[in-house]
Design a protein around this ligand. Structure first.
Ligand code: HQG
Length: 180
């Protein structure tokens, strides 16, 4: 992705996951925004988008962060939300035996005390892939990957969901399910 596309992708993440009200955009409960409205509201906020550009970014997003509705008229972020106006009905699924969470070493003391918490987001994000988890952890400093006993959590009544792009979501991970 070039610099311009990456800047727009960040803008889309910001308004579709976190602060739609910052540009006067309305998302429905499932997180959908009408693309034509997004273009108008973004322009007022100084961000020039168009239909082709938006669709290119959706297709080229490395993590498949966004989806376009079947009728082609709406867009949403598939996970990562913090705004509480959105409550996507993610598919509940039985997780694999282990999932991974990448974080920074400086958070470890707190995580081993409190377990994993969603912070400002709606869910804790977990991955099936250790390399992906390492890259996620790197965003905040020296990375460390935690191995989560996901299936045992599920068997003990904790729910798991999988977003359209494969990211696993759960409300929290108590420290007893975390291995280093
Ligand atoms: C940490 C990106 C202290 C947690 C990625 C993480 C992901 C704690 C940070 C997605 C803690 C929250 C989400 C505790 C958790 N004490 N720190 N008890 N519990 N933490 O960004 O998982 O590129 O909200 O380990 O790829 O890093 O945006 O979550 O380091 O899928 O599409 O608190 O964001 O995707 O950070 O990343 P975040 P995350 P995109």
């Amino acid at each position: 992705m070039n610099k311009k596309s990456s800047e727009i992708s960040k803008f889309l993440s910001y308004v579709l996951r976190h602060e739609p009200q910052a540009i006067g955009l309305l998302l429905d409960r499932e997180g959908w925004a009408v693309i034509s409205e997004l273009i108008v509201q973004a322009k007022q906020a100084g961000q020039n988008l168009n239909d082709t550009l938006i669709r290119e970014i959706v297709i080229n997003s490395d993590k498949k962060r966004f989806a376009i509705s079947e009728d082609g008229l709406r867009i949403r972020a598939v996970q990562g939300h913090s705004t509480n106006t959105v409550a996507i009905a993610h598919a509940e699924k039985i997780p694999p035996e282990f999932l991974y969470h990448g974080t920074a070493t400086r958070f470890l003391d707190s995580i081993l005390r409190e377990g994993l918490k969603p912070g400002s987001r709606q869910y804790v994000h977990l991955s099936e892939d250790m390399e992906v988890a390492t890259a996620v952890g790197q965003r905040y400093g020296k990375p460390v990957v935690l191995k989560i006993e996901a299936l045992r959590m599920h068997q003990q009544g904790l729910k798991f969901f999988q977003a359209e792009n494969g990211v696993w979501l759960t409300k929290q991970v108590p420290f007893r399910y975390i291995q280093r």
